[in-house]
Structure formats: C-alpha cells, structure tokens
Write a protein that binds this ligand. Structure first.
Ligand code: 13P
Ligand code: SF4
Length: 343
C-alpha cells in the first residue's frame, strides 16, 4: 500500500461520507480492498446495489460487474469503475450478436430454449437473454437458477461458461447424455442440430482461462504429498478438476470453507491468486492456505490504488458507466429474475 495514495483516498472518503460507496470484488488487490466499504462475490455485490443510498458508487472489479450495478442503480445514482478497460475474458467469448444469431438458428430449427446467462456476460447479452424470458445466474446460485430454468420445460441454453454449466449439470444430476456443447464457430453455421434437438441443456463453449489452469493432476500431486490436505476450487474450473477437489463454490463459499476449517488444516485453493493470498495472510499461524497453482486475472489486476484515487478525484466530472436504453430494460429483467428466484 502506498501511504500517500491511501491517505488521499481516505480523505476523500471522509469528505464524501455517505454520498460515496466503494464496492470491491474478492479478486481485487489488497491495496484496493483496504478502501472498500463492501467486499463480496458477484451475487452479494449485485444484491447490495439496491440498498445503497450513495450518489456515487465506485465498483472495483471488471466491467460487466459495473454494468450490472448500473442496471440496478436508482435514478440519480452514478456508477464508476476505476479501470474501464478491465474486461472479463470469458464474457468476451459470447458476443451479443453471435448469441442472438445462435438462438435464432436454434429457433428456426424448432428448438426454443430458455437462455440462462452467467453474470460474467455483457449487458447486451443479458438483454438478449432477458428478452426471451431468461435469467442471469452467478456461481453462488447457478444450481438454483438452472433448476428453475429446467422447470420452465423448454430446455436451456447455458452461457457463456461451459465449465460452470457442466459442473452445475453434474450437481443437479443432468447427465452428459442430456447436454450438448454447441459449436458456435462460423457464425453458428456448424451447429449440430440433431445433437442440439436431443439435448436438454445446451452449453456455450466459453470458459475462464484463469481457472482453466487448475488441473485434476495438480490435485492428485497435492494429495500424494499430503493426503490430509483439503482442496477447494471455483466452479469455473473443469468438471475433472471439480470432481477431484473436496469442494467447489463461489468466492464467498471458498472464504467460508477456509473460515470453517479446523485449526491446523492444510487448504489448497484453485481460484484467483489475490483471494488465495489474502486468505493465506489472514490465517497465517493458524491454518495453512496455499494456491493449487499461481493464476492471476490480469483484468482484475487493472484496479489499483492509483486509478481508484483518480476516479475519486474525478467523481463530479467523470462519465459514469451507463447501459444503453434499449438494452437496459430486458437486461435488468434478466438480473431481476435472478434476484427474485434466488432470494
Ligand atoms: P464469484 O461470483 O464467485 O465472485 O466469481 C466471479 C468471477 O469472475 C470468478 O472468476
Ligand atoms: Fe472473468 Fe475469469 Fe477474470 Fe473471473 S477470473 S473476471 S471469469 S477472466
């Protein structure tokens, strides 16, 4: 932490009082987290927005998170993000125009699936989903949301994360024979329609490159060295990795898992390194917390004390994060459906 920057940030926070709220995702650097009023996972942070009275809300995370906050903000509230170029690589694997085309191709073939998008997607994708009666989910409620989507009886397109989709199917008992990973290349021209028609859950072929690094063989190596070690991973990891682990869940689940582990436990974590390091420091001397391998989200890392301070200095003049009007209503409907179903 830079003392000079930290003091300036603290001064502005003091001056602004309750007119300012700083939210941070668990993957942000400690330097940024130190200034957060609220720290949380994707679901917790989106749930908080409607309860905030602050005029200015600074969202330290990646862009889709700030965009989701902008949808849920009240009139007059302004959402800011310190690193506007902090994209989520996975969300970029599902461009809205391609999602629309793929859904239209499926519909033309008679497959009218309900789309369910992971919150790690653009507002434009959420709008495509919301316009078809679909919803959003996060890693913390994917099971509940996929159950709800399946209960609508039309079959489901889960996007953009094929890993979270498969892991959630596994948890709900939707066998591999009942699901199909779409080939969306060539603008959807390569879709295998007979496989798609037969499947109950269609999966978009996106994934998180940061979580793809955690392999089942790494877990086997951990167990060989220390059979007593517990391994917990994020459900964006592959199904093989999740099956090899002792537990899998959202960032908040991982935090709780470590908190509830007995003193002396050796816990190995498969998720973004900033969170693993924070937990390792917090429990040093009491429990051992270590990474399955070192994997950093460079986009999350774009949030720094420097750009947080620059954002705070420019609060009154900066262009807040907004969502185009045509996108806002259907995208918000998809997010609101999630908040209602998973309440
Ligand atoms: P959580 O919803 O678990 O906070 O995860 C968000 C994310 O981007 C994980 O890579
Ligand atoms: Fe996106 Fe992966 Fe980074 Fe999470 S860790 S924000 S899913 S790229």
């Amino acid at each position: 932490m830079n003392t000079f920057l930290a003091e300036k940030i603290t001064d502005i926070r003091r001056q602004r009082g309750s007119d300012l709220a700083i939210l941070a995702h668990h993957y942000q650097h400690d330097d940024v987290v130190a200034h957060a009023d609220i720290l949380g996972d994707s679901l917790e942070l989106s749930r908080k927005i409607s309860s905030l009275a602050a005029r200015d809300i600074v969202f330290c995370g990646v862009f889709f998170m700030a965009e989701t906050a902008a949808m849920l903000a009240k009139p007059g509230q302004r959402i800011h993000i310190p690193a506007r170029d902090a994209a989520c690589v996975m969300s970029e694997m599902a461009p809205a125009a391609l999602v629309e085309t793929v859904l239209a191709r499926l519909e033309a073939a008679g497959k009218h699936v309900l789309p369910l998008t992971y919150v790690n997607s653009s507002a434009a994708v959420k709008a495509v989903v919301g316009a078809r009666g679909g919803a959003v989910c996060t890693s913390a409620n994917a099971g509940k949301m996929l159950r709800w989507a399946l209960d609508q009886g039309r079959g489901v397109l889960f996007l953009p994360d094929k890993m979270l989709g498969q892991n959630t199917c596994d948890a709900l008992g939707v066998s591999p024979e009942r699901r199909h990973i779409l080939d969306v290349r060539s603008n959807g021209a390569r879709i295998d329609f007979s496989a798609a028609m037969a499947a109950e859950v269609l999966l978009w072929p996106g994934q998180c490159v940061i979580h793809a690094r955690f392999k089942a063989r790494d877990i086997e190596a951990v167990r060989q060295k220390n059979p007593a070690a517990k391994v917990v991973v994020h459900p964006e990891c592959s199904p093989e990795t999740v099956k090899a682990a002792d537990a899998a869940g959202s960032t908040s689940f991982i935090i709780k898992y470590v908190a509830e582990a007995p003193a002396g436990a050796d816990i190995v974590i498969g998720t973004e390194i900033n969170l693993v390091r924070r937990l390792a420091n917090k429990y040093r001397g009491e429990k051992t917390v270590r990474p399955l391998c070192l994997s950093a989200c460079s986009n999350m890392g774009k949030g720094t004390e420097e750009n947080l301070l620059a954002t705070l200095v420019g609060l009154d003049t900066a262009e807040p994060v907004t969502v185009p009007e045509a996108v806002r209503a259907p995208a918000t409907a998809a997010v609101t459906r999630m908040l209602e179903v998973s309440a």
